[in-house]
Design a protein around this ligand. Sequence first.
Ligand SMILES: Cc1ncc(COP(=O)(O)O)c(C=O)c1O
Length: 414
Amino acid sequence: MSAEAFDFLPLLPKDLPPPAIKWRGSPKYNFTGGNNDAEQIPLDGLVVAADAVLRREGRSLATYGLTSGPQGYRPLREFLAAKLKRDAGIACSYDDILLVSGSLQALDLVNGALLARGDTVIIEQESYQGALTRLARLGVNAVGIPLDADGMRMDALAAALEDLKRRRIRPKYVYVIPTVQNPTGTIMSEERRLTLLKLSEGYGVPIFEDDCYADLTWDGRRPPAIHAMSKSGGVIHIGSFSKSVAPALRVGFILAGWEMLSRMLALKIDAGSGGLEQMVLAEYCAKHFVEHVPKLARGLRAKLDALMDALNEHFGTAAEFEDPKGGIFLWVKLPDGVDTLKLYQSALAAGVAINPGPEWSTDPTHSRSRMRLCFASPSREQIRAGIAALAEVCHKEFGVPERIANVGRRARGP
Ligand SMILES: Cc1ncc(COP(=O)(O)O)c(C=O)c1O
């Protein structure tokens, strides 16, 4: 038997996830994923930082964990502790922070420490696909709570907690993305954060706060983190440099008390996350983070404006959306007849990639005609051309938008 013909199939465990689909390059117009703006990667600053830190401390790469121990490069944890205090109101020490390989690893570690098959968690009805698929894979029941313009609805959360209590179910956590929610772009008000904390403490259910977009608000302001407002210590807070600097660096963090951090550290069996990335980030961020982020946010806002203009031009009233308060996504409602899972297929064939709503929700019926568009990575020209192409496909498949190349657009031209 040749090596190519070897059959691994009978050897695979039964509960293995389905195989990955082979990557065949990016579509021409890519509105998917959480990618950032290539033009805004602070290359010069990163090059200088890499040069300086490697010359000064490069020999520490000889040691797993550098010379900072298993929680990650200490200067980056010190930067984070100071930043969390300044921006999110969190009083913590570098010692309360564990650096991980992107906040996806943070999700895995928090889940690994808290969840078992058959458990229940509470989550925003529209939420991060990476969180939803993990819960499904773990066999965990995710109870979705609807959102409005102020984030997760507290009346619905209170009702869900009461209902679960009646059924003797204690959820393992309430997962929220309170500051620039993915995919809806909302920011949970301070008042709601207080109510959430009260409910969490009243029902003995911890809060899992995912704050990875919190740096990217248009006006640079944000409410205090839920972690900062908690007096009980029942909040696990995670964040990332993916959205504020670059996702391919794969650097995220977990902030939690030692009781839980020690459990998660015991589950992190990869001998530490990439040390070079942590060193370069620490060197770069100490000097430049505060000026880099507002510049990045201004660029993202300009791209969002280009996207909303393109949708208004090509979809007219057929595309409904709220102006998000920051971030890199627009959550769009199309007319009820549009099935975005189908639209996804035909748009992809035409070179346009979108994220269909049902993949970002615990209620696929509610999100059937919704889609998420990432505006950070396509250029403004790609945004305009890609939305025009999407409108063509949508019109052909579902008859909406009713007029394509509409009068309004022609009337504006010379
Ligand atoms: C809400 C949320 N959490 C976590 C992540 C994971 O990000 P990373 O692993 O790059 O930090 C993402 C990525 O898009 C996200 O949207």
